[in-house]
Design a protein around this ligand. Sequence first.
Ligand code: NDP
Length: 254
Amino acid sequence: MTSNQKIALITGGSRGLGKEMALRVAQKGLDVIITYLSKADEAQEVVQQVEAMGQKAAALQLNVGESNSFDAFFAQLSTILKGHFNTDKIDFLVNNAGIGVHASFAETTEEQFDTLLNIHFKGAFFMAQKALPLLNDGGGIINISTGLARFSFPGYAAYASMKGAVETLTKYQAKELGARGIRVNVVAPGAIETDFGGGAVRDNEALNAMVAGTTALGRVGLPEDIGGVVAFLCSDDARWINAQRIEVSGGMML
Ligand code: NDP
């Protein structure tokens, strides 16, 4: 089964940045499969919004922190691809799903460390590895990192270290997958107003003002600032961009 219609799989597409990515990718004419952890209703709303734009869409449940569930997930994905999208391959994987844990280096527990490791690094590593048989040659992987891997704010030692690992992984993936024409890039958002980390960047006025004050463009980021960049990377216009870290932060902490 082959099809010219491109499909993007976006983890954590029910809310926040992933939702915006799904909508902007659909605007570019791709079909979209999103995953969610627990918010099935929100995920279905995103599916309906994508369908209203004339593209096919589906939502699947997935915990990216449980890599032992990935084989079952990809088996389910194969079934959905054949049944709903009339193909057996996807073109892009966006490793976006994630959580924030705020803890100083001194106070980070092993449990917090393992949770962040499993979701942000092991999850991204094995999602991509296990996606390889389903990924079309000429497609791409986009790993979502953070500005915090370039600059440091107290309280993000473990979180940002996992994202730093993902950035290194990206280069190795680009090197090894280039033979298949698969491009692998990082998008590193600055602080964005979403539910992430309890919605602190959005709801904590002092934090919001501090971020705006350290950003050249003078405000905090919005989900709409990120989605279009991921959509661009899923387009042919980005065909020569490979192994790059694109920070999308309005010029934060220059
Ligand atoms: P949100 O909290 O708004 O959304 C998180 C999304 O990830 C939801 O779709 C959620 O599903 C899903 N999710 C959470 N945990 C898991 C899990 N264990 N397995 C699978 N899915 C999960 O976060 P953002 O949109 O802000 O963040 C998205 C990505 O962007 C993350 O990787 C984050 O690290 C990164 N980032 C965010 C920044 C920010 O300031 N917001 C800045 C830089 C990077 P459900 O809705 O079902 O709960």
